[in-house]
Ligand binder design. Structure first.
Ligand SMILES: Nc1ncnc2c1ncn2[C@@H]1O[C@H](COP(=O)(O)OP(=O)(O)OP(=O)(O)O)[C@@H](O)[C@H]1O
Ligand SMILES: [Mg+2]
Length: 317
């Protein structure tokens, strides 16, 4: 008998707003001032993009994370609610205040500054025991932006496995470039490990995917490596699946493509699809992400997603 759980997925992750300046005439210089033609305040963070898009596909998502008792905190909670993500497990704190990423977009490139704020204070004790029990799957993203949680990450994944959840992890980049986690212990409790190639190579101290697989093969379960326009590779039990990227000849930007890929993959995985189907659905969502600006704009609801899949990629589902 399959027990009905309140949520399909509990997302554990960082939360921040993105303050994005567009249309700069040149890159800013120290001691000088320039004008931006457009300014957007939007829901940031890899984990929030993942949660919002997964929820838009119809998967039931609850979010655990920490924001301040301030306007940016209100903004984030409202934006997640608008995508029907459950926000009852988000902790509000008086101090520190909500995390912020300042994004300066110039040409095809961008510079970013992140103030971690509350996300760095979020810890294992902030995740209520019953949240894991209420979900079928645990997904964690951006572990290196969550310093307090990082030291207990093995414990968290172990607990989830003991409670019968399936699990996935997208490490994202380590700004300190130390990559200091006991990977051998952790990956035993991670069903689907989802780094991009640069992250995988940094973690394993290698330069190619085959060399990285060789390092992880004795303790990794399903490894999914994302690689932009090159697509993605899945490795498990000596089997490889290569998933080409869907071709988009008019990319708006690729902010959040990796998170949208993850959302597509996990959505299909929880529907019991084959790993090959999960890869294809992930790649489709990664490509759809690149048809609009930011990570959530193309994913308002499933009917809009289906429309873009048909019109931009001639794909029907
Ligand atoms: N320009 C693109 N055109 C089509 N598909 C893309 C493009 N960029 C990304 N994708 C799809 O999205 C997937 C994930 O993207 P990417 O490899 O950039 O992840 P990432 O580095 O984790 O990104 P993020 O910056 O969001 O963390 C790719 O494997 C690919 O299938
Ligand atoms: Mg990524």
């Amino acid at each position: 008998m399959i027990l009905k759980k309140k949520y399909d997925v509990v997302v554990v992750g960082e939360l921040n707003v993105d303050l994005i300046a567009n249309g700069l005439s040149k890159f800013p210089e120290v001691g000088k001032e320039i004008i931006a033609n457009q300014f957007v305040t939007t829901l940031g963070s890899s984990s929030a993009i993942f949660a919002s898009n997964l929820s838009a596909f119809g998967t039931k998502v609850t979010f655990t994370g920490k924001v301040g008792n301030d306007n940016y905190g209100d903004f984030i909670v409202a934006a997640l609610k608008a995508r029907r993500v459950d926000v009852n497990n988000i902790v509000r704190t008086g101090k520190p205040d909500t995390g912020v990423t300042i994004v300066l977009n110039y040409d095809e490139d961008r510079a970013m500054v992140t103030y971690q704020g509350a996300m760095a204070a979020f810890n294992l004790g902030d995740i209520p025991d019953n949240v894991l029990e209420q979900a079928r799957h645990l997904h964690l993203s951006s572990v290196f932006l969550q310093e307090s949680l990082k030291k207990d990450i093995v414990l968290l994944f172990k607990k989830a496995k003991q409670l019968g959840l399936t699990t996935s992890l997208d490490p994202q980049w380590d700004p300190a470039e130390k990559w200091d986690i006991d990977w051998e212990k952790l990956l035993g409790y991670v069903d689907i490990f989802m780094p991009n190639q640069a992250e995988l190579n940094a973690i394993t101290n290698t330069t190619t995917i085959p060399a990285a697989i060789d390092v992880l093969k004795d303790f990794s379960n399903i490894l999914v490596v994302k690689n932009g326009r090159e697509g993605a590779i899945l490795w498990t039990d000596n089997n490889l699946i290569h998933q080409p990227a869907f071709f988009n000849n008019s990319v708006v930007d690729s902010i959040g493509a990796g998170d949208s890929f993850n959302a597509g993959f996990i959505h299909a995985f929880l529907q019991g699809r084959t790993l090959k189907e999960c890869m294809e659905f992930g790649a489709l969502m990664g490509a759809i992400n690149t048809t609009s600006s930011g990570g959530t704009m193309a994913f308002e609801n499933m009917s809009k997603v289906k429309e873009i899949a048909k019109s931009s990629f001639d794909y029907t589902f």
